[in-house]
Design a protein around this ligand. Structure first.
Ligand code: IMP
Ligand code: MG
Length: 190
């Protein structure tokens, strides 16, 4: 007999974007992205770890053929504020020279990570670079980095779920939630 474990959601203050709203919006984003690449096979570049969930949902909702690759960058450590230093932890496995590149990001906050990434990718001479981000924070003082397509603009609060983590946790929640202040305070070393 199978017993299912109950999902533990300690640390979530409230749901900001539920699963069906995400699903509907991703279908719209996929249709828009499809229309950009009617004559080419783009390489989707997912930014690990956060964009893994969005990337898999988006590419399955797309109708055109694609290739996929991943990069991992770090700017946060285990804090909720950007450290201001971006590091490549894992680079692409393929050359992007002459290719159409779609950067798939989970969230644009200060814009620092994306600005750095676009700079690195542009120097590799792709044919084109576009960006789709699942979320963008409305944040005064953020870098005005160009994002072609945004799933949802959200308030400047720390969010978790659908790939997004706090200190490595919560990525597998099937919705976007606001992290509770207690969960932030409970983290040792902050
Ligand atoms: P930025 O460099 O400040 O734009 O931050 C971008 C990266 O920080 C994203 O790719 C996320 O991985 C992470 N990040 C920013 N805001 C949040 C958040 O609210 N929750 C979880 N991760 C976040
Ligand atoms: Mg991240």
């Amino acid at each position: 007999m199978e017993t299912r474990v109950q999902r533990k959601e300690n640390g979530v203050q409230r749901v900001l974007i539920d699963a069906s709203t995400l699903d509907k919006r991703i279908t719209e984003l996929a249709a828009q992205v499809d229309s950009w690449y009617l004559d080419s096979t783009p390489i989707l570049v997912g930014v690990l770890n956060g964009a893994a969930v969005f990337m898999t949902e988006l590419m399955q909702a797309m109708a055109i053929p694609v290739q996929v690759d991943f990069m991992a960058v770090s700017s946060y450590g285990s804090s909720t504020e950007s450290s201001g230093v971006v590091q490549i932890l894992k680079d692409l496995s393929t050359s992007i020279e002459g290719q159409d590149i779609l950067v798939v990001e989970d969230i644009v906050d200060s814009g620092l990570t994306l600005q750095y990434l676009l700079d690195v990718l542009a120097r590799r001479n792709p044919r084109s670079i576009r960006v789709v981000a699942m979320l963008r924070k409305v944040k005064p003082g953020a870098i005005a980095v160009p994002v072609d397509l945004v799933g949802f603009e959200i308030p400047d609060e720390f969010v978790i779920g659908f790939g997004l983590d706090y200190a490595g946790q919560f990525r597998n929640l099937p919705y976007i939630g606001i992290l509770s202040p207690e969960a932030i305070m409970a983290k040792p070393g902050r």
